[in-house]
Design a protein around this ligand. Structure first.
Ligand code: 4AD
Ligand code: MG
Length: 465
């Protein structure tokens, strides 16, 4: 084990104080006090709480004491003792203070408490130093770890699918192009079209919108795989739930049909919620106190209740018969909007809902077609405050049915020869889904804008940092 000369604040706050000498390093959150005594709240990001450093100014130089301002970075050595004041179990009586870095109060932007989320987005390079973003980033980490743990314990294999691809997995055409051609003067074919033959990959390429298609290739060999990586969508959606770059977890399972797919999705998200409740209590209590006093109750509710499962058709009937005024009108065949999804979850059932058997017209080409000729075995998991958190389906594993659907949607067979090979050679029923990582973090933290649950959000007209 690595031995460090300093301790994390999180460890010290849980250590019985006996006057032992400790060293801590971190950033000043606040300093208050008077000529006789100064109280410095020091935070190193290991926990939402800061540790209180008590410094007697006459033991240190005047210049040092003046330089200890919000944002400055310090190394403090001193005695760990029981705190005299309320609010913290222990404090450090400083014997030595070293100033690593000043933060000029005239220019350091994180001065007073209670900055708006909009302001903090403009200083996303510094916002990890706030309690809120520290907590968000720790929860993000804990959830990433829990996701790997969940699948590892179930015997799933983590498959790395490509970020640069030549296909459009969702068939929605919302892709960022990847090219090394000179955009001012691209090479042209004889017909005057851009000649991608001369591009880096010798073809058109884009950033992936989903790892699913390659995930299916993995499942058709390893049975149970999952991906966990960045995905990119050039959809011009300026909403609190859309990012142009987001992370997605996509399990893909051979031999699972739609019911088992739903069972896995429900078990998976409940595991993650329970994991957060058990392992992120400090941060969740902080969010509950500061932002959303129903958060912890909502998390417990989701962890404990059975999700409602119903068909799209039945859901539309509920929506049509409700007295609700919709911004987007709804009838059989329409794509459900967040307002419809949230009505079902928050008003009608008051618990998470899994909808299945969507009209094939509004879903991607790869979904298993039901015998009615109208619907496919897609499934969306809908959550309170979020709407769709998971989208998935049983896949169409019958070659003819799949190619028929591709023709209807003008998807070229020759571009997807490798995908179709899984249906030619040893095809089998299989299923999978995608969990939007940031939507999960929104749900777990109770934050209200997806830009505030990813360190450096990418949205239309914003790629700073
Ligand atoms: O429903 P989607 O588009 O499904 C797929 O991409 C499938 N290939 C998944 C699969 O079956 N393997 O996206 C899946 C989830 C959504 O439910 C949502 O949580 C999230 O990804 N998502 C987004 N999150 C943030 N910003 C966006 N622009 C998102 N688009 C989808
Ligand atoms: Mg979807």
């Amino acid at each position: 084990m690595i031995q460090l000369s300093h301790s994390k604040v999180k460890i010290l706050l849980a250590t019985p104080p006996a006057g032992q000498e400790v060293t801590v390093k971190g950033w000043v959150r606040t300093k208050r006090g008077n000529k006789q005594v100064a109280f410095i709240a020091l935070n190193d990001g290991s926990i939402v709480h800061s540790i209180q450093v008590v410094a007697i100014p006459e033991n240190f130089s005047e210049e040092l004491m003046k330089s200890i301002t919000t944002g400055a970075c310090l190394k403090v050595t001193g005695k760990l003792v029981e705190s005299q004041g309320s609010g913290q179990p222990v404090e450090i009586q400083a014997t030595e203070i070293e100033l690593y870095g000043i933060a000029d109060p005239n220019t350091y932007p994180l001065q007073k408490k209670g900055h708006s989320m909009e302001f903090l987005r403009d200083i996303a390079h510094l916002r990890p130093r706030t309690n809120t973003f520290g907590a968000v980033l720790r929860v993000r980490h804990a959830m990433a770890y829990a996701i790997h743990k969940y699948f590892n314990d179930l015997g799933f294999c983590y498959l790395h699918t490509p970020i640069i691809t030549g296909s459009d997995a969702e068939g929605a055409g919302e892709m960022f192009r990847v090219t090394t051609l000179d955009i001012k003067n691209p090479p042209r074919t004889e017909e005057g079209k851009i000649d991608y033959n001369l591009d880096f990959f010798g073809r058109e390429t884009n950033l992936t919108v989903s790892g699913q298609l390659e995930g299916e290739l993995g499942a058709m060999a390893l049975s149970d795989i999952y991906t966990f990586g960045p995905t990119f969508r050039a959809e011009n959606s300026n909403t609190p739930r859309h990012l142009a770059e987001f992370w997605m977890i996509e399990p893909e399972m051979a031999f699972y049909e739609i019911k088992e797919n739903m069972d896995l999705a429900e078990d998976f998200v409940k595991f993650l919620v329970r994991y957060a409740l058990e392992n992120c209590a400090d941060d969740l209590n902080f969010f509950n106190q500061m932002y959303d006093n129903e958060l912890v109750d909502r998390l417990k509710m989701v962890a404990e209740t059975e999700f409602v499962r119903m068909s799209y058709t039945d859901a539309v009937e509920i929506l049509v018969n409700s007295a609700q005024k919709w911004e987007f009108p709804v009838s059989w065949g329409s794509d459900l909007q967040a307002e419809h999804e949230r009505y079902l979850v928050e008003k009608h059932f008051k618990k998470p809902v899994i909808l299945t058997n969507y009209p094939k017209k509004i879903k991607a080409f790869y979904m298993f077609q039901n015998e009615d000729g109208l619907t496919v075995r897609g499934m969306d998991v809908l959550f309170p405050k979020i709407g769709e958190i998971i989208g998935g389906s049983q896949r169409e594993h019958r070659l003819e049915k799949l190619t028929e659907r591709m023709h209807e949607q003008n998807i070229e067979e020759k571009d997807m020869w490798w995908y179709l090979d899984t249906r030619r050679f040893g095809t089998a029923p299989h299923s999978g889904f995608g969990l939007g990582f940031e939507r999960l973090i929104l749900f777990i933290t109770g934050m209200s804008n997806i830009r505030d649950v990813i360190p450096f959000p990418r949205t239309p007209r914003n790629a700073e940092f």
